[in-house]
Design a protein around this ligand. Structure first.
Ligand code: AMP
Ligand code: FES
Ligand code: ZN
Length: 300
């Protein structure tokens, strides 16, 4: 197999693009894809400070790597979820990454902010902690960005993540979730920062290849609570579809952005208030994070 660009020995075949690359040309392809996504979807400008939410996994560290290499003003944000060894190891990966590159890393502890770490959410709600964990992550990313003056938060969500989330929303026809699924969520309130996903056009396999070729040391293990999660099943189904029909995953998600999503957008805006407790944005009187904090406190 030959590199499409230089004719040298290829290390990676991209069937959905009907192409193959050697290592240097693949890294250049990846970098350009990220750069082009940021530009085309007007995610942020070169001089704008951007907060990159890093989990210690391959996607978010690959994103931070590309942004730093390209000269973006990218600061990392690690949320310590307090999930036993998984959190200890992922935090160490983020700290080592930042240390080796002289990059700034902010660390926020869920336990300090919520009154209990993610395992305490599980105890308090008597359910898998993933949805409480997800809402805490979104809340704390926004709060950290506001506290430190960042207009935008970037996450490492890739095409597999986005396609699986979309698949799940459609399987259950959660139509209220569909307009929110976008590579760019603009700020619709002074206390809500823009959220962007610069890797949404790249697959998990492609970000893994970038991380490997760049020798980025990342945590390979999944969160222990993710075992058996339906999102993994959806990813598996979409991968089987992709194997049989290269490009299917991309068409599924892009078709949604171009033709599906506009049909579900609401014309009337959702009214946003400031939480009476913490001042962050909510649709009710008290935000979901403050309610969860109460629940965790009561169960202690
Ligand atoms: P996940 O929801 O675990 O699939 O992660 C999706 C994205 O959310 C990652 O690529 C990161 O950008 C961000 N993220 C997940 N976990 C954390 C964390 N503990 N700290 C900071 N960002 C995170
Ligand atoms: Fe949040 Fe697993 S429960 S990362
Ligand atoms: Zn609140």
């Amino acid at each position: 197999m030959k590199c499409r660009k230089c004719g040298g020995q290829a290390v990676l075949e991209l069937r959905r693009h009907n192409t193959a690359f050697c290592a240097p040309d693949y890294l250049e392809f990846f970098r350009k894809q990220v750069h082009e996504t940021i530009r085309r979807f007007r995610m942020f400008k070169k001089e704008e400070p951007v907060l990159v939410a890093v989990s210690g996994g391959k996607d978010s560290l690959a994103l931070w790597h590309v942004l730093l290499e390209d000269g973006y003003a990218a600061t990392g944000l690690y949320l310590d979820l307090g999930i036993f060894d998984y959190s200890k190891e992922s935090k160490a990966k983020c700290e080592a990454f930042a240390g080796a590159r002289g990059a700034r890393l902010l660390i926020v502890s869920v336990k300090d902010e919520l009154g209990g770490a993610v395992p305490a959410i599980k105890e308090a709600t008597r359910r898998p902690p993933c949805s409480g964990c997800g809402l805490s992550k979104r809340y704390l990313m926004n709060k950290a960005a506001l506290d430190h003056g960042f207009p935008v938060v970037a996450t490492g969500h890739n095409l597999d993540d986005e396609a699986a989330t979309l698949f799940g929303s459609i399987v259950h026809w959660q139509t209220e979730a569909l307009p929110r699924q976008s590579p760019v969520l603009p700020s619709t309130h002074p206390k809500l920062v823009r959220r962007v996903k610069p890797l949404f056009r790249l697959t998990e396999r492609e970000t893994a290849a970038y991380a490997f070729l760049r020798r980025i040391d990342y945590i390979v293990e999944e969160c222990p609570f993710a075992k058996g999660a339906t999102s993994l099943l959806y990813k598996d189904i979409l991968n089987r579809l992709e194997d049989a029909s290269p490009g299917a995953k991309h068409n599924f998600f892009y078709g949604f952005l171009e033709r599906g999503r506009p049909a579900f957008e609401r014309s009337e805006g959702i009214e946003l208030n400031e939480c009476a407790r913490c001042g962050q944005v909510t649709t009710g009187a008290i935000c979901a994070f403050c309610k969860l904090a109460d629940q965790v406190k009561r169960s202690r």
